[in-house]
Design a protein around this ligand. Structure first.
Ligand code: SF4
Length: 409
């Protein structure tokens, strides 16, 4: 058990109705049973159990990520009270640094919220999908109206007031990388976390052989690397760090635990795309401790196996140290559970090869000295295709995924 962040669903409903949303529109309907807002009792349990966890595992840093639904639907007093309670436990944990992040759709953001963020030291991130065309294609309100204009205005406001605009962008390949990049330049974004859409092997909408995602990302990389005033893109920085053998400091999925609005303890949201109730563990912070999730099949896979137990194919892949098998949701199929390479495998190979090619062109002597050869995407694909199916490392886990754990509340 080694998580360092809690994503807290303080509000279960959203003022938008994005068509790709894993909370509402990708197969999981469990949000309907959630209370609209998190109760004081649940907050008290979260704080008390965080204190126990930090002491037990001797953590030096811990993050709370305010999440939803839309977290700005909650009253401002919620945040004041929450952080006040954290300060209460901090007196007993003086060596621990606490951080507060918040993920918002940006529609309700205004100067009063930004003032609160500054006062409480909360770092907000806004979800924006690039251009008005790309954003309004999916990020619509409950009447179907696009939200881009208000979100763009509020992201600019955030930049002006906090001198930093952190953006999360789900990639939409129907818009060009140049237009998306330029729209974030216009917004004066400081940091854009480009997210590859959450599809599984069962619902992937593109032709797997065509590497549309890689082609899009390669164009974006070329634009980005040639811009002297580029904003930060963690996807590319992570790849460059891996190629330079620098430890990637960005949070990986298994360092985040989710607390639902009613206190349920879960793994990351994106796994909701795997099916109705998939992320359910049967545990609730009001009755259980964080470490109990390690005894559930999903929690065991998530915290203990995710980083070490790659699919049979990925285990034999020469790129696995850089790629790490892709994100968990992208590996899933109903037939084989997580024993698949990423649905974006061919894209990842092509993208990694491209970034490595750039890197070699910058430091040819270094690569010559270390005898590093260029990655040839076709060779890797052929090699992977030639592999025979090894034993399924998840064989024993799969049956238990069919039903939520028996550790019911
Ligand atoms: S490139 Fe493909 S096979 Fe290799 S580690 Fe990544 S997902 Fe697995």
């Amino acid at each position: 058990m080694n998580f360092n962040s809690l994503a807290i669903k303080i509000a279960s409903r959203c003022n938008l109705n994005c068509s790709y949303c894993f909370m509402y529109n990708l197969g999981d309907t469990t949000y309907k049973k959630q209370p609209k807002f998190m109760s004081t009792e649940t907050v008290d349990h979260i704080i008390a159990k965080t204190k126990t966890y930090i002491k037990k595992y001797n953590k030096k840093e811990f993050s709370f990520i305010f999440h939803g639904g839309e977290p700005l639907l909650a009253p401002k007093q919620f945040y004041i009270d929450f952080i006040d309670k954290v300060k209460g436990i901090q007196k007993e944990l003086p060596e621990v640094s606490f951080f507060y992040d918040l993920q918002t759709n940006g529609v309700l953001l205004d100067t009063s919220w930004i003032t609160l963020f500054k006062e409480l030291d909360i770092a907000p991130s806004i979800s924006v999908d690039g251009t008005k065309k790309a954003h309004d294609m999916y990020r619509v309100d409950h009447k179907g109206n696009g939200s881009y204009d208000s979100v763009f205005k509020n992201a600019k406001l955030l930049k002006n007031e906090m001198n930093f605009a952190d953006i999360a962008c789900v990639i939409n390949i129907e818009e060009t990388p140049l237009e998306i990049y330029n729209s974030f330049k216009k917004m004066e974004a400081s940091y854009v976390n480009f997210l590859i859409p959450d599809y599984t092997h069962d619902n992937y909408p593109f032709d797997k052989e065509k590497t549309l995602m890689a082609d899009w990302l390669i164009d974006l990389f070329n634009i980005w690397i040639n811009d002297p005033n580029r904003f930060k893109i963690p996807l590319f920085l992570g790849l460059l760090n891996s190629l330079m053998r620098i430890n990637d400091q960005t949070k990986n999925e298994s360092t985040v635990l989710v607390i639902e609005t009613n206190g349920e303890i879960e793994a990351i949201d994106s796994l909701k795309a795997c099916g109705n109730g998939f992320t359910k563990t049967g545990l609730n912070i009001n009755k259980h401790d964080f470490h109990d999730i390690g005894q559930t099949p999903l929690g065991n896979l998530y915290f203990n196996d995710f980083n070490s137990k790659l699919s049979a194919k990925c285990q034999q892949c020469p790129l696995n140290e850089i790629c790490k098998g892709g994100r968990l949701v992208h590996r899933y199929s109903k037939e084989k559970g997580f024993n698949n390479a990423s649905i974006y495998c061919n894209d990842l190979i092509k993208l990694i090869a491209h970034v490595q090619k750039f890197f070699i062109s910058c430091y040819p002597e270094l690569h010559e000295k270390e005898n590093i050869t260029s990655i040839n995407p076709n060779e890797i694909k052929d090699y992977l295709a030639s592999l025979t199916n090894k034993e399924n490392p998840y064989e024993q886990d799969l049956e238990s995924f069919a039903q939520p754990t028996s550790l019911a509340v």
